[in-house]
Ligand binder design. Structure first.
Ligand code: AVJ
Ligand code: FE
Length: 443
């Protein structure tokens, strides 16, 4: 937040670092050493890798790059470089044991808090508004979401619990809202902890479009499944159909059909499919096919951001759908406070000026857009955060953009400008979607 005093900024940094570490503890202290060192899915690292990687990045960015210290354990640095070892190789590396990783975390964090006490939070780009500390708090929270995905993929009895989100208010909402044609500011120059791919701010002029008021629900999606959506190639893109056939997709991941009942497994428990919850665990290809079946399409990334940030009363793009204030429990389902998305229509206080709900939190939303740089993009502070994921010159973009954050994302790593990306075949992530359509010139 740009209006903090120096003292408040330091306190908020310490709070964000602590909040992230509490979550990391909640995701790892509940499992024994064997579970922490096992690879639960080839898509994921063993949890003990994430645990030490979080610490190694904190040491690298804060103690070495900001603090000017030497590497504490140079021999382990390559083990925790995500680009040196793909996830599939990580279980066979000589990783720190869980107790060693925790001790390393404790040691680094103590030194980081000492550094935070004395360092100037201005004067150098990496220090401006505490950016490097914000980067590290966001990084740990991103891995906390990754670790929660590992929990979802893990077999065996449940180890995590959290209260269910409150019920939706149940007020009658229009299915969609129309956003009039016109320019808006996309991206940011002012969000202090924005990552490189969210910058710079730039004008985008959009034709009128309509966008769903709420995310697509399980009940909505089930109609597509039961209408034979997975058997009808005309609803799918050619690559989507090819993938649907090769991977034998027939319903979202973690859904099962037994004795005429649709069930889904979540964090080690099997339960009836909750009809009013946003659909989760679909690939981009499934979202795209559903939208075509519904006579609609996915929103572009720019449409999503205009729906989430543009205030027609002032013409300004705000930080969040509800304004510039940081998210509270009344605005959005974030931070693993609940281990599931809230029913569609929840969080009226988090609605955008047009009345679009649940843009922030609940489920990541697939957009129609490829992950590409904004005009004027500059890689910062390291090429490997975003730039290496952009399409190579002359090649098709490998990643699609997701927006808005899920129930598993912390507020520190979620805002109206935040961009996430993944392969269009991925569905272990907490991804759902909403649909859109062109609204013509008169709307
Ligand atoms: C932005 C979620 C795609 O998890 O691969 C973590 C975040 N970058 N460590 C990822 C990230 C480096 C990244 N995503
Ligand atoms: Fe990382």
């Amino acid at each position: 937040n740009p209006d903090l005093t120096d003292e408040q900024l330091r306190a908020s940094i310490a709070h964000e670092l602590l909040t992230a570490r509490d979550r990391t503890g909640g995701l790892t202290d509940c499992l024994d050493d064997n579970e922490l060192t096992t690879q639960h899915s080839t898509l994921m690292s063993p949890l003990v890798w994430d645990l030490a990687h979080i610490v190694n990045q904190e040491e690298l960015w804060l103690l070495r790059n900001v603090g000017g210290r030497e590497s504490m354990y140079p021999q382990i640095d390559p083990l925790y470089d995500a680009f040196e070892h793909p996830r599939s190789e990580r279980p066979s590396l000589p990783l720190l044991a869980p107790a060693e990783a925790r001790a390393y975390g404790h040691e680094v964090r103590g030194r980081v808090l000492d550094l935070l006490d004395g360092v100037r939070l201005t004067g150098a780009p990496l220090l401006e508004a505490g950016f490097a500390f914000g980067l590290i708090a966001q990084h740990e929270q991103q891995h906390d979401e990754t670790m929660l995905i590992t929990h979802q993929l893990r077999a065996g009895a449940a180890v995590l619990t959290a209260p269910a989100p409150p019920p939706a208010p149940g007020d009658v909402l229009p299915a969609e809202v129309v956003i009039a044609a016109g320019p808006f500011t996309m991206g940011t120059d002012t969000e202090p902890w924005a990552l490189d791919n969210e910058r710079p701010a730039h004008q985008v002029d959009l034709p009128a479009f309509a966008i769903d008021t709420v995310p697509v629900s399980n009940a909505d999606y089930l109609r597509f499944v039961e209408d034979g959506g997975y058997e009808q190639p005309s609803w799918w893109s050619p690559q989507g159909w090819e993938h649907r056939m090769a991977a034998q997709l027939s319903a979202p991941l973690f859904w099962t059909h037994e004795d005429g009942q649709w069930l889904r497994r979540r964090f080690g428990r099997t339960e009836d499919l909750p009809p009013q919850e946003p659909v989760l665990h679909v690939t981009w290809y499934e979202a795209d096919a559903y939208a075509r079946w519904a006579g609609r399409r996915l929103p572009t990334e720019a449409e999503w951001e205009k729906a989430a940030r543009y205030d027609p009363a002032t013409g300004r793009s705000r930080r969040f759908p509800w304004g510039d204030a940081a998210p509270t429990e009344q605005h959005a389902n974030l931070g693993q406070r609940h281990l599931q998305p809230a029913p569609v229509g929840s969080y009226p206080e988090g609605a955008s000026p047009h009345g679009v709900r649940q843009l922030i939190g609940d489920v990541w939303e697939w957009t129609a857009s490829d992950f590409t740089p904004y005009p004027g993009f500059r890689a910062w502070p390291y090429r490997e955060y975003s730039e290496v994921f952009f399409p190579a010159p002359g090649e098709a973009a490998p990643y699609k953009v997701l927006r808005g954050g899920s129930f598993a994302v912390a507020p520190v790593a979620c805002r109206g400008t935040f961009r996430n990306w993944d392969y269009p075949i991925r569905r272990q992530i907490f991804a759902g979607f909403r649909t859109a359509r062109d609204a013509g010139s008169g709307a």
